[in-house]
Design a binder for this molecule. Structure first.
Ligand code: GTR
Length: 396
């Protein structure tokens, strides 16, 4: 009986996954049509960006283009924010770590929303710890505060042993990942967004929540708020990029297998397309984005410019070799095309012309990359490399 239920569930899951992948999606490199990317070093008025000052002057305009057309507005104002320590265990992980559960409650318009943070900090460090913050888009069990469940998605012990704090919040606190109920979170504080064609939606709300966790870190002496590395997988990786592009307090960003409207170029139209993502997940992006279904070339931006907005901070994007849906080649190219923004800060790139071989990470640089052998996932392989990357930037 149990087996039958499991088998049926698997078949239903496979049908659901298939349903999202239209027959006309392109998975053949030779079928990618020629495309022209907007130049990272030109303003929307086509003025040349020559140096760091020009770039920084144009930052807001570039962010506005992403807001207006893709991710929606990012409300900055709220009436109050309250941090409450809900639980603390100074002897977590056999005494190696201190576990804190913190509720971050934000008030606006007579409403409040609570983002629940789970945080482990290493006990052996005598100073504030650099920290990984994961935007958790999978099951809550992946970030089990009791550590009875251990998961490669968020290997807290590995981070602690390596001298990092590790934290997570669940996307459902900020915006349920569902087209009927996504508004039951952050958007209760900003109901006007729902009526706006450039209004915030779920991915924007997750990114907004990451910034509120940053507000908390800024006043927790156990965490080094100048060394917070924001991590997201897939849809969480899209939100991580958007959050880090907006909020320069994030010292670094890691976007894992984030694919379409994450780290992959939209104009290649390889794997998932803008139309497919807007159809399957209408609650992720702003209504304006739907105008670009089958019209990627008309977007005033492409995703390499979102990556460029992270400059000069260390950025790491990844792929998995079997995850063609997320377009590994288009992801690598987006990273390559972000190089010119980093160069304005005197940061030369170590990325070769062609993507590196599978399982050959490029780590000790501001633009890091790997393509792991296997399927769409966030695994211990990723985290071992994330820690090497973080050691290079924050421990040297
Ligand atoms: C897929 C979606 C992708 C990616 C992924 C995930 O169904 O098409 O854009 O976000 O979900 O979040 O795992």
């Amino acid at each position: 009986m149990k087996r039958f239920v499991l088998f049926t569930a698997m078949i239903l899951f496979m049908i659901a996954v298939r349903a999202q992948r239209p027959a006309d999606a392109n998975f053949v490199e030779a079928n990618v049509k020629p495309y022209l990317l907007p130049d990272v070093l030109r303003t929307s008025k086509h003025a040349k960006i020559r140096n760091k000052a020009d770039w920084e002057n144009n930052r807001e305009q570039l962010l506005d283009l992403f807001e207006e057309n893709i991710y929606g507005q990012m409300p900055k104002h709220f009436v109050d924010i309250k941090f409450s320590l809900v639980e603390k265990d100074e002897l977590a992980m056999q005494g190696k770590a201190t576990m804190k559960k913190v509720s971050v409650e934000v008030f606006n318009r007579g409403q409040s929303v609570k983002i629940n943070l789970i945080l482990f900090v290493p006990n052996h460090l005598r100073k504030a710890a650099p920290a990984f913050l994961l935007i958790n888009n999978r099951g809550q069990e992946n970030t089990d505060p009791t550590r009875r469940v251990k998961s490669g998605f968020w290997p807290a012990e590995l981070a602690i042993d390596s001298g990092y704090a590790i934290a997570a919040f669940h996307v459902s606190d900020a915006a349920p990942d569902d087209k009927e109920s996504f508004m039951n979170g952050v958007l209760r504080l900003y109901p006007e967004q729902l009526a706006a064609a450039n209004g915030m939606r779920a991915i924007g709300a997750w990114a907004w929540a990451a910034s509120r966790i940053m507000d908390y870190f800024e006043q927790d002496p156990d965490v080094n708020a100048d060394q917070v590395i924001l991590v997201g997988h897939s849809r969480g990786g899209k939100a991580a990029l958007w959050a880090a592009a907006q909020d320069q307090r994030f010292a670094s960003c890691i976007s894992n297998c984030s694919g379409n409207t994450g780290a992959a170029l939209s104009r290649r139209n390889f794997g998932e397309s803008v139309k497919v993502i807007n159809t399957n997940f209408p609650h992720w992006f702003t209504p304006n984005y739907k105008q670009f279904n089958d019209r990627e070339a008309e977007l005033p931006v492409d995703q390499h410019m979102l990556l460029a907005l992270i400059a000069p901070r260390p950025l790491y994007v990844t792929n998995a070799s079997e995850d063609l849906w997320a377009d590994p080649t288009g992801t690598y190219l987006a990273l390559k095309h972000a190089e010119s923004a980093y160069a304005l800060y005197g940061l030369s790139s170590r990325l070769p012309e062609q993507a590196p071989a599978i399982n050959q990470p490029i780590l000790n640089t501001h633009l890091a990359y790997h393509n792991r052998a296997g399927i769409h996932d966030l695994t211990i392989y990723e985290w071992r490399n994330f820690i090497r990357f973080a050691n290079f930037h924050f421990k040297n």
